[in-house]
Write a protein that binds this ligand. Structure first.
Ligand code: 5BU
Length: 448
C-alpha cells in the first residue's frame, strides 16, 4: 500500500490530474481530467508502475501484452521490457491499405494477452481493443486498468465476462490527496457530487425534447420536436421501396405513428410529382415531416445544382435533406435553401467498416454548429446538445443493429431511423407500434 501511495503521489506531481470543466471523449462534462501520458517521459516511474501491475497479474499468467492506444502504449512497452514478454500493438484505425491489420507484432492464435488500459470510464475504448484482439484469435484472460473512474466501466467489462482489475480507484486517490491536504474542499465536493450523479452502467442523463427545442434555433427542427411531442413518437421510417404506390400504401398505414418519413427519391422507379403531391398531402394530414436522404457530398456549386435542378426538384417538396460535408464547411453555404427546409449532416455512418474516424466526426460537428441551416446530425454516439441527433441502423432483434434502448439511453439520440425493420415486416402496423412504445419508453427513462 505504501509503495502504491508513494507512486501515486509521484505521478500526481507530474500533473496527471487536472481540475476544472472538461468534456470527455464520451461527451459528458467532468470536473476532473486524468491523463497518464506524462508518465511516458519518466522511465523510472514506468518501471515502478510495471512492478505494481505485476503484483496484480504475475508474469506467468500471460504470453503477450497490449496497451489500449495511445496512453497505455508506453506502459505496456515498459511492462514488456521488464518481463521480456512480447508486446503487440493495437492500431486506432487501420491503414486503409496493405494488410489492413488492426493488430501489429508477432503472435500466434490462441495466445493469452494481458490488456492494459490507463483510465477506465465506460469501458468503450477498452471494448474496441478487446474485439480487435479476439478477432485475431487471441485470448484476453486478464485486463488491468491503472485508474478506475468508478463510473461503471469496470462493471460493464465484468458483465460481459472479462476479468478486469484496477490499480487505483478514483475515490482511493482522492483520499490519498486529501490526507496530504493537497486538495481544497470545493474540489473534493465537486468530485464526489459528480461521481454520485453519474448513473451506474454509464447511461447519460439525456435532455428532454422541450429543453432541446430551446437550444436549437431552426424552425424545422423545432417543428419536428413539436410533432414528436404531440404524437408521442420519435420514429422516422425510411421507406426504401421502389414503387410509389407501395410507398403510399405503407405511409397510409403508418403515417400516424411517425414524426418523419425518409425517402431516397432516386430509387423510386416511377417517381412523379403526382406521387409527391400524394405523399405531401399525407404528411399534412397525418402530421409528419418528409426527409430526402440525398446525402449531398459535392463542392458547393454542384450541391447547388443538385438541389435546384434535375428531375426530383427536392427543394419543392422536402422538409429536410441529408448532407455529407466532406467537401468542407463552404460546400453547404449559400445554397439558397428556403427557411422552412433544414439540413442534417452526416457525422458518422452506421455501416460496419465505415471509414469515418473521431477526428472527422469532430470536424463535422463543428461545421454543423456553425451553419444555421443545419438542424442536426446523423451519428452512432452522443453529440453536442445543440444538435438534433438522428440514429439509423436500428433494429429490435438483429445483432449488428443498434437497439432503441442504446440509441436513446446511452447515445442520447433524439430520433431513430428504421427501414427494413418496418417495411419488410409482415405486419408493419403492429411492428411499428412495438418500436414506438419501446423507443418512447427508452426516451422517457433516459430522462430519469
Ligand atoms: P435499414 O433498412 O433500417 O438498415 O435502413 C436504414 C436507412 O437509413 C437506409 O435508407 C439508409 O440509406 C439510411 N442510412 C443508414 O442506414 N445509415 C447511415 O449511416 C445513414 C443513412 Br447516414
Amino acid at each position: 500500500m505504501y509503495k502504491k501511495k508513494n507512486f501515486f503521489l509521484s505521478i500526481y506531481n507530474l500533473g496527471i490530474i487536472k481540475f476544472g470543466k472538461f468534456t470527455l471523449k464520451s461527451g459528458i462534462n467532468s470536473p476532473v481530467y486524468i491523463d497518464f501520458r506524462p508518465i511516458a517521459s519518466k522511465p523510472k516511474l514506468l518501471i515502478e508502475l510495471s512492478h505494481l501491475l505485476l503484483e496484480i497479474v504475475p508474469s506467468n499468467k500471460f504470453e503477450l501484452i497490449c496497451g489500449v492506444p495511445y496512453a497505455a502504449l508506453p506502459i505496456a512497452t515498459a511492462l514488456s521490457l521488464i518481463t521480456n514478454i512480447p508486446l503487440i500493438i493495437k492500431r486506432k484505425e487501420n491503414k486503409g491499405y496493405g494488410t489492413k491489420k488492426m493488430i501489429e507484432g508477432i503472435y500466434k492464435k490462441g495466445q493469452n494477452c494481458l490488456l492494459i488500459e490507463d483510465v477506465i470510464t465506460s469501458g468503450a475504448s477498452l471494448l474496441k481493443t478487446i474485439i480487435d484482439i479476439e478477432k485475431e484469435g487471441l485470448i484476453v484472460k486478464n485486463i488491468i486498468s491503472i485508474l478506475d473512474r468508478e463510473q461503471g466501466g469496470i462493471e460493464n467489462i465484468k458483465n460481459i465476462g472479462y476479468n478486469i482489475q484496477s490499480l487505483f480507484k478514483i475515490k482511493e486517490v482522492i483520499n490519498i490527496l486529501n490526507n496530504k491536504n493537497i486538495l481544497d474542499k470545493k474540489k473534493i465536493d465537486d468530485l464526489y457530487f459528480f461521481l454520485k450523479k453519474r448513473k451506474k452502467n454509464y447511461e447519460y442523463k439525456r435532455i428532454s425534447y422541450e429543453e432541446k427545442k430551446r437550444k436549437i434555433s431552426h424552425f424545422i427542427g423545432k417543428k419536428l420536436i413539436d410533432i414528436t411531442l404531440k404524437k408521442k413518437t420519435n420514429l422516422i421510417i425510411s421507406v426504401d421501396l421502389i414503387y410509389s404506390e407501395k410507398i403510399l400504401e405503407l405511409v397510409r398505414l403508418i403515417g400516424d405513428k411517425v414524426c418523419g418519413i425518409k425517402l431516397h427519391s432516386d430509387i423510386i422507379s416511377d417517381f412523379s410529382f403526382s406521387f409527391i403531391n400524394y405523399i405531401k398531402e399525407l404528411s399534412i394530414k397525418k402530421e409528419f415531416l418528409l426527409l430526402e436522404d440525398k446525402k449531398l457530398c459535392d463542392i458547393n456549386s454542384t450541391n447547388y445544382l443538385q438541389l435546384h435542378h434535375g428531375i426530383h426538384k427536392i427543394l419543392s417538396w422536402t422538409d429536410i435533406i441529408t448532407v455529407h460535408v466532406i467537401a468542407g464547411e463552404y460546400s453547404i453555404r449559400n445554397l439558397n435553401i428556403p427557411s422552412n427546409i433544414g439540413l442534417i449532416t452526416i457525422s458518422e455512418m452506421s455501416s460496419i467498416g465505415q471509414l469515418i474516424d473521431d477526428n472527422y466526426i469532430r470536424k463535422v460537428l463543428n461545421v454543423s454548429l456553425n451553419n444555421p441551416k443545419v438542424i442536426g446530425t446523423v451519428a452512432q454516439r452522443k453529440v453536442d446538445d445543440r444538435l438534433l441527433l438522428f440514429t439509423p441502423g436500428i433494429h429490435l432483434s438483429i445483432n449488428n443493429y443498434t437497439h432503441p434502448n442504446t440509441a436513446f439511453r446511452k447515445n442520447c439520440s433524439d430520433f431513430i431511423i428504421i427501414g427494413r425493420g418496418i417495411y419488410k415486416s409482415l405486419d408493419p402496423v403492429k411492428t411499428i407500434e412495438e418500436y414506438r412504445n419501446i423507443a418512447w419508453k427508452a426516451y422517457e427513462s433516459g430522462l430519469l
